[in-house]
Design a protein around this ligand. Structure first.
Ligand code: TRP
Length: 375
């Protein structure tokens, strides 16, 4: 791919990502400085969550202590890595802010678009995703994690969710669907409608919403915005009930070890939250793209580039919450005072210290605990 070119769609992300350009292309809004509680969160403070639609409505609900929900979804595949942790941290933040939390395990979508069995999806969702969410601090209260293929044991709730999916169909067009999946098949169409129902259904009475709807925020990667546009448009067109337009926030991608998107189908692109200390050390030392110079002499003389350095990006997003310390690292690496070896060593220590505690928490989580989250 040519330098300066990028592709960002729900099914493909590559090239040199220019987030300002993405804001313009998708027609979303840059996220300005948010009030206190958000500013305390590294992801918001450092602009990793960088854009939004209608986030004002959520800020209002938070400040007036009004009812609101947070909803997001996942396609369960492979190991739970840093990219997934980015979403988990936002889910947990919204739960702390008082949101009712909904997470859809997109097992129908995985079946229809990737051929993954429902059993595999269920197993991966529980053992990788939910377990890690719990260890990261998600609480069972005000939280529903559900499978698209099995919304609820409660017939009224399940009925409302699948009814909405089916009624939305009347208001969608073929071209809109093509816009979210590139090509179209009946299976992808079904998944797209189901996803719209995922995003909207928590506003209905059956789920503690109302006839007029309640505010819902959907945090996702910027590549998922086309899904949101569809759900917002369908929510506006349908007449069976009023829906409040969905709010959404968009995060940047956590780079994979050698740049690009972190992907669970590429072993050497990710660090999983179950990786052992030796693996982390090896992956960072061997694969993490470095902003350093070719030789130590050159580095000392001209300095490195923290903005493209993958270890630095991990510290920035997760592992160095202290702004002053991060700033020092930035300056020292840029001036050449800090070498790539030193930066990597520091990052490895930080990651491994976090993983040690995290994995100890993971060990204690039982099947019974997991079942408290799955409705
Ligand atoms: N399509 C999303 C993905 O590819 C998964 C998903 C399903 C989702 N339902 C959702 C995301 C609702 C956000 C909200 O990962």
């Amino acid at each position: 791919m040519k330098k300066g070119k990028m592709i960002v769609t729900p099914w493909e992300v590559k090239g040199d990502l220019d987030y300002n350009k993405l804001i313009r292309n998708f027609g979303v809004h840059p996220l300005k400085k948010l009030p206190g509680i958000f500013e305390k969160n590294v992801l918001f403070r450092r602009g990793i969550v960088f854009a939004h639609r209608d986030v004002q409505r959520i800020l209002e609900a938070v400040s007036k202590k009004e009812k609101f929900a947070m909803m997001t979804g996942l396609m369960p595949s492979g190991k739970f890595h840093f990219g997934h942790m980015l979403v988990a941290e936002q889910i947990i933040l919204y739960q702390k802010l008082g949101a009712k939390v909904y997470v859809a395990v997109a097992d129908v979508e995985s079946y229809n678009s990737r051929g993954q069995s429902l059993e595999d999806s269920r197993k991966i969702a529980k053992e990788e995703y939910i377990k890690n969410y719990i260890a990261l601090g998600l609480k069972p209260k005000n939280c529903e994690i559900y499978f698209q293929s099995d919304r609820s044991k409660d017939g009224e709730k399940a009925g409302a969710y699948y009814r909405l999916q089916n009624l939305l169909a009347r208001h969608a067009t073929f071209n809109e669907f093509k816009g979210v999946y590139g090509d179209m098949s009946p299976g992808k169409m079904v998944s797209s409608l189901l996803q719209a129902s995922d995003m909207l259904h928590s506003q209905m009475k059956e789920f503690g919403g109302s006839d007029k709807g309640i505010p819902v925020v959907v945090p996702v990667g910027i590549d998922q915005d086309p899904h949101l546009r569809i759900a917002r448009d369908l929510g506006r067109r349908i007449k069976t009930q009023e829906f409040i337009p969905l709010s959404s926030t968009y995060h940047k991608f956590i780079p994979g070890l050698s740049g690009g998107k972190m992907s669970s189908s590429e072993e050497n692109s990710y660090i999983a939250l179950t990786d052992k200390p030796e693996e982390v050390k090896k992956k960072i030392n061997k694969y993490a793209f470095s902003g350093g110079r070719k030789t130590l002499d050159e580095h000392k003389k001209h300095g490195g580039n923290p903005d493209v350095d993958v270890s630095y990006q991990y510290l920035n997003a997760f592992f160095e919450p202290n702004d002053k310390k991060l700033n020092e690292i930035y300056k020292d690496y840029k001036s050449g005072k800090m070498t790539t070896g030193e930066l990597k060593k520091y990052t490895i220590e930080k990651i491994n210290a976090f993983l040690k505690k995290h994995q100890a928490r993971m060990k204690k989580i039982t099947e019974k605990e997991i079942s408290k989250y799955v409705k």
